[in-house]
Structures are given as structure tokens and as C-alpha cells.
Design a protein around this ligand. Structure first.
Ligand code: 3PG
Length: 215
């Protein structure tokens, strides 16, 4: 029985991974994503604007916002203070895991091997980000890794686009799929928020089609 990612709730099992160069776009972006049906996003801490962007997006009532690319416990603490409701890392780090536990916030570490997954389980983390999913072998890698760990929920991320997403979502161990394809940098730089809304709506429809087709 997988535990899941409470942040996703009953919303679509898609988590846009967002990297913003300027916090100015955070509000219109939050509106566009929510209008497209997205309910949960990850803002990566890769730019100087990230913390402000996270704070602005977290204030938007329609979205549950997590922090991504969290590399240290200090970053986790700042992100949670800014409104992050979950914390994602590209890899597994005991300090970040302990920091998130102390903060009472869900932590989703990246894993790429069975050994890393066993380490995550030892740290009582049972929702993991399979990263970078496509580069690791895609859905066949997911299936091979999920088989011995039926108690684990996966959030595959990395190299996934609209073409690959449905096959991941159809796997029973997948709690959500993450990726940057809904918020491409060219649309953000050009202020094309209607384009983002369209990409979000397409992804949400595709995810709903997977839910309708059942296990
Ligand atoms: C991440 O940090 O999760 C990835 O950068 C997202 O991967 P993608 O850009 O290949 O979708």
C-alpha cells in the first residue's frame, strides 16, 4: 500500500516544476496554472528570485506549493517559512530529511538506484522522486524498481513530456509526475501565460483520461 503525497490531494497527479528568473511573473503564472486545472506545483530554489516567487505562489489560494532543488536543511527551513508545504530534492541527504522531519513537512528525496531507495526507507521516507526518470530508463526502469518495493510511492521527474506522462501515471506506484514542460522558459520569458494555461489544461486532460481508463 503506497502512502502517497498529501500535497497532491484530489487534484490532477501532475506537478509542474517551475524555475523563475523573476518573481514578477509568479502571480500571473499561479493564475494561469490554476486556471488550467493544476493544484500542486514545485518551485525550484535555483535562482535568486525563487524564494520570493515561492512566497507569492504560496499565497495564491488555488495552489499547494512545494520547494524543489532543496540541497540543505537551511534551504528547507527558509522554503517552509516562505510557504512551502513539501520539500523535494534531486537526491537523498540525511540532513535535509532530518530537517524536514523537524519542520513537520513532507520530504520527497530523489533516488536513482535500489540502494538509494533502501536508504530512503531506512529514513522512513516512502515517497521518492525517481530522478532523472527518462534518462534512467523511463517506465521500464520505474517498473523494475517498483516491483521489489510495493510500499513506495514514486514521483518520476526528469525528461518527461506530454508524450511520456500517461504511461507513468498508469503505473499503480506513481503518485504524481513532475516536469518543466508546462512552464517552458520561452513562454515565461515572453509573458505568454495563456500558453502556460493551455499546456496545463492539456496535461490535466491527459491525466484525467488515464484516471478514467482505470488500473
Ligand atoms: C527537476 O529538477 O525536477 C527537473 O529539472 C525537472 O525535469 P525536466 O526539466 O526534465 O522536466
Amino acid at each position: 500500500m503506497t502512502v502517497g503525497l498529501p500535497a497532491v490531494g484530489n487534484g490532477p497527479r501532475i506537478i509542474p516544476v517551475i524555475t523563475l528568473e523573476s518573481a514578477d511573473v509568479a502571480e500571473p503564472l499561479a493564475q494561469a496554472l490554476a486556471a488550467g486545472g493544476i493544484r500542486c506545483v514545485e518551485v525550484t530554489l535555483r535562482t535568486p528570485a525563487a524564494e520570493d516567487a515561492l512566497r507569492i505562489m504560496a499565497r495564491h489560494g488555488g495552489l499547494v506549493v512545494g520547494a524543489g532543488t532543496v540541497l540543505t536543511p537551511e534551504q528547507a527551513e527558509r522554503a517552509v517559512a516562505a510557504g512551502a508545504r513539501f520539500v523535494v530534492s534531486p537526491g537523498l541527504d540525511e540532513g535535509v530529511a532530518a530537517g524536514c522531519r523537524a519542520l513537520g513537512v513532507e520530504h520527497v528525496p530523489g533516488i536513482a538506484t535500489a540502494g538509494e531507495l533502501m536508504h530512503a526507507l531506512r529514513l522512513r521516507l516512502s515517497t521518492v522522486k525517481l530522478f532523472p526518470a527518462e534518462q534512467l530508463g523511463g517506465v521500464s526502469m520505474l517498473k523494475a524498481l517498483a516491483a521489489p518495493f510495493p510500499q513506495v510511492s514514486f514521483m518520476p521527474t526528469g525528461g518527461i513530456g506530454p508524450g511520456q506522462m500517461p504511461a507513468y501515471l498508469a503505473h499503480p506506484s506513481v503518485v504524481a509526475v513532475g516536469g518543466s514542460w508546462i512552464t517552458p522558459s520561452d513562454l515565461l520569458a515572453g509573458g505568454d501565460f495563456d500558453g502556460v494555461r493551455r499546456l496545463a489544461a492539456e496535461a490535466v486532460h491527459a491525466a484525467q483520461a488515464v484516471e478514467r481508463s482505470g488500473p
